[in-house]
Ligand binder design. Structure first.
Ligand code: HEC
Length: 140
């Protein structure tokens, strides 16, 4: 009886471990890996898609996007996790909405799972947060 319970617990633990590993690999697979220095080919979002934004501002925004690991869950121009593309987000959301969804606050806090909202909250401390928001706003 005890042995049977143990066996069941072990089966459950193994299943959970496999599922967790599969999820982890599925996420990792979508992260930019190779370092390719050609324009538009490096890690992180492609340089394209920042019209009207000074190059330095766009670069600072992209650096923050990488630093804050937004690509774990989002893609820009095909880079990052394709599950939640941010292409065109600047046309869909206004500046306040972009800020709320980036930081998981306000209306976004009500819609996002709590854990994700908490992960997003860390972006508030980034010195280039405003550049990141400008970059998102330029994605039209
Ligand atoms: C752990 C996963 C996760 C991380 C990390 C994450 N987000 Fe999100 N984000 C989501 C989910 C889930 C949604 C809601 C689904 C959607 O709208 O794409 C969302 C929504 C958004 C939206 C609204 C998109 C839309 O089309 O309405 C923006 C903007 C956004 N996130 C920006 C960011 C930025 C910038 C970062 C990095 C600082 C970031 N997110 C990090 C999961 C994440």
């Amino acid at each position: 009886m005890l042995r049977e319970t143990r066996a069941k617990a072990l089966t459950l633990a193994t299943t959970l471990a496999v599922v967790a590993l599969a999820a982890a690999f599925a996420g990792l697979r979508n992260l930019p890996r190779e370092v390719d220095r050609r324009p538009g080919h490096g890690p992180g979002p492609a340089p394209a898609g920042a019209p009207g934004l000074p190059a330095e501002r766009a670069a600072a925004g992209r650096a923050a996007f990488e630093r804050l690991r937004c690509a774990m869950c989002h893609s820009i121009a095909g880079r990052g996790n394709p599950a939640n593309p941010l292409d065109g987000v600047g046309a869909r959301l206004d500046a306040d909405e972009l800020r709320a969804w980036t930081l998981g606050t306000g209306p976004a806090a009500d819609e996002l799972p709590e854990m994700i909202a908490e992960m997003k909250a860390g972006a508030a401390a980034d010195p280039a947060l405003d550049a990141l928001l400008d970059l998102l706003g330029s994605l039209r």
